[in-house]
Design a protein around this ligand. Sequence first.
Ligand code: HEM
Length: 358
Amino acid sequence: KHKVDFYGKHQTGIITPVQTNIYFASLDVLVTSQKELQQLFQQWTPLMVRLMNGEQMVEMTTNTRVPPGDTGEAKGLDAAHLSLTIGAGPSLFDKLGMQHVKPAELKDLPHFPKDQLQQEWTGGDLCIQACADDPQVAFHAVRNLVRAASGKVAIKWSQAGFNAFPAEGGTPRNLFAFKDGTVNPAITDEQDLHKTVWVDKGWLKNGSYLIARKIQMHLETWDRTSLKDQEATFGRYRDSGAPLGKENEFDDFDIEAKDDKGDYIIPDTSHVHLARKSDARMLRRSYSYASGVLSNTGAHDAGLLFISFQKDPAQFIAVQNSLGRMDKMNEYITHRGSAVFACFPGVQKGSYVGEALF
Ligand code: HEM
């Protein structure tokens, strides 16, 4: 079976190689005390281990008079590199009277100029990010963890997503057909990850802040846009993923470089120009979604479940502010949902997820 090891310094699903599928759930807690929250994490931990090993939640149920202990749809399926990442949102600490352990960095994101957030896609007390190379394995994991915690948590919102990897390997393309994830810290570069992704102080040490943004992509408008404008939107070529003026996807580029006419080669309204202009960096780990059509317009309800990990949400805020109103991509996207979670450090054998919090 293709297993990801549950135990380690960091939780899985952050520097785990990106899988093809995600099922992301944002939860409300129904428990009312810190003690009950701790019990929930103690209950979840061995179940997470089983799920990631590709095992059923319980050995076979033989008693036909009770509902089976496992919902069953992952029976016989591979572990499919399932990773599970648990995080706590700002509201959790307020609800359970745990302000004394709430990290100062953990607050709702500020309102950004073009945001059109809907409550139904925003916030949450806890998150479960389940990623796997099989959509049913990811869904099964969330379904069963939530079921096991019936009466203790309820799903507030959830989103399924996907990535598709080219046969010859390499960066997946988003629904605008551009390679997405080219400029990212290498998941093997400990030093860079330490600088960019891992929290290095307090109980959250070796954890990371997850930011999720549900971003609708207006595919109909995009599909009416010339290739030249599409490439000017990102500052990269669609086909190769190379920066404009360069040959290959991973070629380095200077956003200040100008052509003979004095124009920026990577336009100063392009997504890449503006994202890089802020010096802040992050690990992006996003998935596309397609959830039918919008009943009011008939347009695709599709886009990007943008997910980034950073040692401080301020990094995301700096980049988003730099994109601001200038980003040419704004013509083609609308931010619909937003959440921030402090993802716990990894779990050692004999311990449980989130232990550092108690
Ligand atoms: C780069 C797409 C939203 C931050 C890129 C690239 C693409 C892309 C195609 C170039 C290839 C790469 O380096 O991965 C999108 C789409 C979005 C979106 C389709 C929304 C639907 C965001 C948001 C942020 C962000 C919300 C953060 C606030 C970045 C960063 C880079 C990047 C930091 C790398 C810039 C560099 O070259 O240094 N994005 N992006 N993106 N994007 Fe986005």
